[in-house]
Write a protein that binds this ligand. Sequence first.
Ligand code: MEZ
Length: 535
Amino acid sequence: MYPDELRESALRVAASRDCRLKEKHPRLAPDEKDALLRGFHPDFREDTQRPVTVGPNSGARMPHELVDLLEARSRFDPEAVSLDRPALQTDVLIIGGGGAGVAAALTAQEEGARVLLVTKLRLGDANTMMAQGGIQAATSPVDSPAIHYLDVLGGGGYTNDPALVRALVRDAPAVIAWLEELGCMFSKQPDGTLMAIHGGGTSRKRMHFARDYTGAEIMRTLRDELLNREVPVIEFCPALELLLDDQGRCGGAVLQNFETGAFLVAHARVVILATGGFGRLHVSGFPTTNHYGATADGLVMAYRAGAELCFLDATQFHPTGVAYPEQMLGQLVTEKVRGVGAQLVNADGEQFVFPLETRDAVSAAIIRECGLPGKGVATATGQRGVWVDSPMIERIHGPGTVRRELPAMFRQYERFGIDMSAEPILIYPTLHYQNGGIRVDPSGSCPRIPGLYIAGEAAGGIHGRNRLMGNSLLDILVFGRRAGRHAASSDLPASGRLTLQHVRRHNREVELAGKGRTIAPMLLPDYVGPEPNAS
Ligand code: MEZ
């Protein structure tokens, strides 16, 4: 039940439902989509980005919040850490305990490598765990990796790196088979075939899911396997810097014990960085769907070591973040809700966009609608939004569908007295994904830094300027496994003497540029601010 200021509009949505049942909102023509993005997507606003002034991408525009970190100085004085006697030695050091890191660890171990996984928080504390709607893979006879490939390129505005997309779509069916072999329980038809729905920008139904907690089910499977195989893991141990030898090869990292603050040096033949994205930077002031640890640490470390970043001027705002109740502000309302039939409607119960356009376009359309007089809905605190007409799902598929197909989301709303099978839900775009990242090749290796591999959201180029739903759970596994395999079989000679020369160089560069007022990697978002001075 909604408060007065929302109830009237929610009733208008209910009143228009029958007329909308058969109404298909037209899709955007390419020039309409382009104008919509330029006019209303936050990436195109002058005040959201600026050029970075230091490092390999000097001159490239990126969100202010990320530039601040790339122009920050290191967390510790390189002179204060002795690299002579590394506390930890391994073949493959994996930094990050989400889906990409764990997939890399399992695969590298299968290939016979000694593996060590270190993670900033607990194993599985990552965006993977929070992913809801699904994972794409062309598994049906009416689909193919080639069709999936075209969809991914279309979604990315034809800017994606084609070799990376090829790797993504080709490996996809094998990734699903691997997960099932490990015990992952996807939602299935009575005959045992995987259930599949559309996501935004897909031309075939290829979104596979475990109800609306797909990421949690995948992460559970991977984590169990890692623990069963007794792969060594160190939790609460973030990486602060990569280590390079005098040839520029990556051969380890400086870590920090989060509890004691002690530095630990890890020496490895190769390093896989799987540290995730930048959602907790709250780009352009947006709330986020992201995990607490998503603070761009890997981007910062790799950038100082000389890696090239790409597509970081393209940020993904998920169209449907919770706008009411405010206790859940910015949390994900999975695209699966629209995938199974819910429409997006304004304060008057009118559709204003085809609900499964690509995310960049849907978000821009919502922002535009909320700016039109009387078309957006405002909560008592001034939060704006439009409606996802979730009861339409019951109208299309029959009573009980919302509860059955979206159990996690149903309960989430139920706690606040909202029955989303009977009442629409209020949403607004929320920061969801870093479309770009560190440039990689199809083996997951970082072309500029031998011995360094990148997997998961930290990697860039796969999705171009806009990722499609379900291709993130896929890419963490495809490129996690590729990185694990290639890293384990890498024939690079052992690294020479390890140094932090690149960090000294970076600190000097930021100082000369008059920057470096902050320190990075950020590690945890600061929602509290500095301690007030004791008086
Ligand atoms: O891939 C995603 O970002 C995803 C599945 C999100 C969602 O809406 O559920």
